[in-house]
Design a protein around this ligand. Structure first.
Ligand code: GTP
Ligand code: MG
Length: 464
């Protein structure tokens, strides 16, 4: 895997900070190529099935899937967040091969830029080599470069509410931190201090959520009191009354300084949370931008800023993921995007200098970004096209069919499913069938990441 070394390099430096088995488990999963359990990374956004209490009749225990925080869409976006002038646009350009302005002054970015980046996926590569299709369509991650945020934004400082509305419009966040020293690059607060910057951003997001929730709380409280006093209300008012306890709980939570995404909410509460577009409910991945030399030295010596940030995350937001990278190194590599041999030479030189194999951190960042959005891939494959399709985690088979075409969902009959591992191991569809591993699945089947699916459908029934 192209990213293995950079992950190992990074892990080599994180093991010394690992305070608990969580990190060790996270690491071993990454190293063994297993998908990292979402529960480890983002506890409240995970899709973990839980058991309802046994029914009184003693029947089978029904299992209800846990709802996800966030918009119920397959078209989700991740935003790049951070204080001004720390390399967000530089990172965006390297990641998406774009050329948005990235100059040495705060608020260089005002209007957000959007770009799509291909999600690296060995499975698409395998399917393409196997089926030799006429067309290949990979999955994409949509990334938004947003303006820098300063302390006081929630009260209108800097770009204030305009900035916060940009944050509100994305579904997950790459929280970029400046870990490089460069006297030539000015800092809005006069000095480089990544943990102070982290706190600035977190405080502003929390203050914004507090503000949103206080207003909603006031409104719902009035309605709840009115309806509680025996007055009849319309459907909207009844909903406000019913949601009022959850809003009170949420307000108390953020007033304690806790991000909404760190709570263990019920499905009913998650439904209420999702209507409020809260900023601290969004999954967050911390990206620490260090100098090129520090990036090359990561395997040899722990980086003090990364250690400080990791300690801060472990205390304040345990489970959130940190990935170090070097903006200037990635920027140089991106110049060779159309010259892969020269890019390999740059990486070889860097590896010689570092004494370990060096790779770009970007593939890992893209893959983790997709995971943070609770998105997964399934594949359709044949000589015409190999294509990666996107659903939210554990979508049901008809919903997955609906991503291809609404008719497929409407007339869904069954999904014929091969597991990617079986296909790779046995070598062909025929062998998978012969081994009894070609499964027919009905409408209750939860699609898994990496399924190769052939849908059967019938659209003679009229659209409802
Ligand atoms: N030394 C060094 N300079 C960098 C790095 N990344 C960005 N810069 C410089 O920092 C300055 C600001 O970079 P931008 O990418 O515009 O920063 P930004 O966070 O998007 O800034 P705003 O849009 O103003 O919030 C530019 O002069 C970049 O060349 C880096 O990794 N190392
Ligand atoms: Mg910018």
């Amino acid at each position: 895997m192209a990213t293995t070394t950079s992950i190992r390099t990074f892990l080599g430096n994180r093991l010394w900070t690992a305070p608990c088995s969580r990190l060790v488990q996270q690491h071993s999963n990454i190293l063994s190529g297993q998908p990292v359990g979402q529960r480890l990374l983002f506890s409240t956004t995970s899709q973990v099935a839980y058991a309802k209490p046994a029914s009184k009749k003693g029947g089978a225990v029904p299992v209800e899937p846990k709802a996800l925080l966030g918009r119920p869409s397959n078209n989700l976006k991740i935003g790049i967040l951070g204080v001004p002038n720390i390399g967000k646009s530089t990172f965006f350009n390297a990641l998406t091969n774009s050329s948005v302005p990235a100059e040495n002054f705060p608020f260089c970015t005002i209007d957000p830029s959007e770009a799509r980046v291909v999600v690296p996926d060995d499975r698409i590569t395998w399917l393409t080599a196997h089926y030799k299709p006429q067309k290949v369509t990979p999955a994409f991650l949509t990334v938004i470069d947003i303006a820098g945020l300063v302390r006081g934004a929630s009260k209108g400082e800097g770009l204030g509410n305009a900035f916060l509305s940009h944050v509100r419009s994305v579904d997950a966040l790459f929280h970029l931190c400046r870990g490089f020293e460069d006297p030539g690059v000015t800092h809005v607060d006069g000095s480089v201090d990544a943990v102070r910057d982290l706190e600035t951003i977190h405080d502003e997001l929390l203050l914004s959520d507090m503000d949103t929730l206080s207003k909603v709380h006031q409104d719902y409280e009035k309605v709840a009191q009115r309806l509680g006093a025996g007055k009849t209300g319309n459907a909207v008012e009844k909903k406000k009354r019913d949601d009022f306890p959850t809003i009170s709980k949420l307000l108390a939570w953020v007033e304690e300084g806790k991000d909404v995404r760190t709570g263990d909410w019920t499905n009913e509460e998650i439904e209420v949370i999702n209507q409020q577009y809260l900023l601290t409910a969004k999954p967050m991945i911390y990206l620490v931008n260090i100098s090129e030399q520090d990036y090359l030295d990561l395997a040899k010596q722990p980086h003090p800023v990364i250690k400080r940030i990791q300690d801060w995350i472990d205390i304040h937001h345990p489970g959130d993921l940190l990935i170090p990278f070097s903006g200037s190194f990635e920027n140089q590599l991106s110049l060779f995007e159309d010259a892969p041999e020269e890019k390999d030479m740059v990486l070889e030189d860097a590896s010689k200098q570092a004494g370990v194999k060096i790779t770009s951190a970007l593939p890992e960042i893209v893959v983790r970004g997709r995971e943070a959005l609770n998105l997964q891939q399934f594949f359709t494959a044949g000589p015409g096209e190999v294509r990666s399709w996107t659903t939210r985690t554990k979508a049901l088979a008809p919903q997955a069919a609906g991503v291809i075409h609404t008719d497929f969902e409407r007339g869904f009959i069954m999904a014929e499913v091969m597991k990617m591992d079986d296909l790779k191991e046995l070598g062909s569809e025929v062998e998978v069938k012969a081994a009894g591993k070609y499964y027919s699945k009905g409408k209750d089947y939860q699609v898994e990441d990496g399924d190769v699916i052939f849908f059967k459908f019938n659209v003679t029934n009229k659209k409802k």
